[in-house]
Design a protein around this ligand. Sequence first.
Ligand SMILES: Nc1ncnc2c1ncn2[C@@H]1O[C@H](COP(=O)(O)OP(=O)(O)OP(=O)(O)O)[C@@H](O)[C@H]1O
Ligand SMILES: [Mg+2]
Length: 241
Amino acid sequence: MTDPLLSVRDLVSGYGSTRVLQGVNLDVDKGSVVTLIGRNGVGKTTTLRSILGSVKPTSGTVTFDGNDITELSPEKTAQAGIALVPEERRVFPGLTVRENVEIGRIGGRRDIEKPSVDEIIDEFENLARHHESRGANLSGGEQQMLAIARALVSAPDLLMLDEPTEGLAPSIVKQVQRKITELNDEGVTILLVEQNVQVALDAADYVYILDKGQVVHEGPADEVAESEEVLDRYLGVSLAE
Ligand SMILES: Nc1ncnc2c1ncn2[C@@H]1O[C@H](COP(=O)(O)OP(=O)(O)OP(=O)(O)O)[C@@H](O)[C@H]1O
Ligand SMILES: [Mg+2]
């Protein structure tokens, strides 16, 4: 067995005196897609922020590629090879598609040659047509693809996506899902936070369910998909046959 690419141990984290994560444990194997699901406000985004370093953990450890990155700033974490596609996309509305992607190229790994902005944009059909369009003029799906492109241009080993399908029409959800699978096939390891349980289970190799700042259930995606009682208890959903 090789060590996981990302390993989170007993992570306690929050905002000021509010403790949100109560000791989170999770592993992401190199080459896999892991999803983190759970109801609103249980700490999914806080988990990603604590891994990235934009929220400072109170205790616990985050190990990435064999190195302890718990105390690193987001800039240093990005240089180590982790990129986050944030909740609500955070595309710069006044900048063009190209300029948005250029910003992503500033950060990230320094020890390898990063792809060019054009190479990345050309991988996204629905962005290539809009090089010079401003972020504000893109559809929700295009903005999501742009947010992914901006993260990819840093050539991350681990891509973390926070609810990438939120608010998108079903056909666009499918496009995002296909993109995630395609990136994973190309060798990018993925940690995906998803509200859409069906997408989360379809995309994932392994699933963690978070409740009140703790992992309450975990398992291979096909097993979790079969666990009706677990899905109902922690997520309040039942999957249609
Ligand atoms: N910047 C912040 N300052 C203070 N409290 C925050 C902050 N961000 C989140 N919280 C609180 O931390 C808790 C966990 O929030 P978090 O955003 O991690 O949940 P989540 O699982 O991502 O939820 P959602 O599904 O709504 O995105 C919530 O109670 C939230 O109100
Ligand atoms: Mg969130």
